[in-house]
Design a protein around this ligand. Sequence first.
Ligand code: G16
Length: 543
Amino acid sequence: MQAIHVDTKPIEGQKPGTSGLRKKTRVFMEPHFLENYVQSIFDGIGGITGKTLVVGGDGRYFNDRAIQVILRMMAANGAARAIVGQGGILSTPAASHLIRKRGTDGGLILSASHNPGGPDEDFGLKYNGPNGGPASEGVTDRIFARTREIDGYRIVEAHDVDIGTVGERALGDMAVEVVDPVADYAALMEELFDFDKIKGLLSSGFTLRFDAMHAVTGPYAKAILEDRLGAAEGSVVNAVPSPDFGGGHPDPNPIWAHELMATMTSPEAPDFGAASDGDGDRNMIVGKGAYVTPSDSLAVLVANATLAPAYREGLKGVARSMPTSGAADRVAEALGIDCYETPTGWKFFGNLLDAGRATICGEESAGTGSDHVREKDGLWAVLLWLNILAEKRQPVSQLMAEHWAEYGRNYYSRHDYEAVEADVAAGIMDDLRAALPDLPGREVGGLTVDAADEFSYTDPVDESVARQQGLRIFFEGGGRAVFRLSGTGTEGATIRVYLERLETDSDRLQMGAQEALAPIIAAAEAISGVRARSGRDAPDVIT
Ligand code: G16
């Protein structure tokens, strides 16, 4: 089988964002677009001769075609082996686990995560390193640099490889090993958690509903929750992955998972509800009539982790992204463990996990995970919650009330303004950045600005520095507003406004978040003009 060299030239717009490269699917399908990026990854990591890579994705539209191209390019670039999820399917955390378990040189994950899929929607590709985690900023920069000077790529001419059945086949000199995407991951979960305890809970009348949102976690959740743990058949809904996620938006938040929210607030609500996203790394937790914010979920998991076998010895530390609320910090302080504040993006947790400084990490964007893999992990979070509930035997609402009574409640909300014209969004951010030095001392609607800055992060392990990671305004009394531009959107710009306030008065722990945050919301708008300048009446998404 002959490898051919195809001449090409750099294509604009191949700069990876928060998590790999995400674009409209049709852009990825344009001539050479995918191939240029894949070759740039291979070159950016120093070539793949003799290497083994894991390959899989969330099953969205173009997943199958892109995998065949990647396999042909791997073979042409001299790779020794590709480990591929059957049918091209691997959830992001399962891919991370496979990379680690098999000691591979990394992997390629095809996904645009929670973004919708289909010919007119989104596609994405990212490289994860040998530790199983997203490429560091340094590697990402090298890949991007390569996209700007590329003049050719290598590919073999061959028929499609059969990836529909488990087994090993050859593509030229490269082995293609097709594996069951669920088996290894399910075995790992069984090691971490007390499955007997959870089985006991589920056989005691405790009911649950897991909404896989027509995305990749369907087969994983069916196998683990229903088959192994004995949840009633039908507890996992929307369980068959579809290329366009059933026409939906596979983002587990109260807006996009409204079907689950409606069930959980109805008289027939089960005891526990959860959802995951396109590629299985995000999660949403909701009790009967009780939505748990991702920031609170992180704090609860940190506070109660020792109830699960994997964390019985205690946690080494916790890490959260800067825009995530400080709820976990309060728990860490009480436990006497370190708490790290990183920029948005799971890649920033990798060094802390590898160095054994943090055990559990989390983000406001519905991601939580631990050192069992190097990605956030939706089903892991669900199982840790179930393990905790199996020990505590109390409703989610009561668990939350007790948590807030002990640590105080960080009221929290994120307001997103989506598809804002890029130059309008840049103007809003530039003006706010310029105003930061003059903000301290300014009074806005009864609140006084205490401090304001732009977040930058020095990695405590390798001392790399990440700048311009969000504009922060702190108010006297402990409130905070953070502004940043999303790095995962594919259309215009998305402005995220993160709002937070700590409440410790025991009579004021059960308010609605928007009500509790009203003064911060008003002050954030008065200072930034985001709503007015983006021409919106209200945010497009409120989480
Ligand atoms: C990705 C990253 C997360 C990040 C999120 C939001 O999540 O892996 O670390 O918090 O994007 O990023 P942004 O605010 O820049 O849109 P996912 O689930 O999309 O891979």
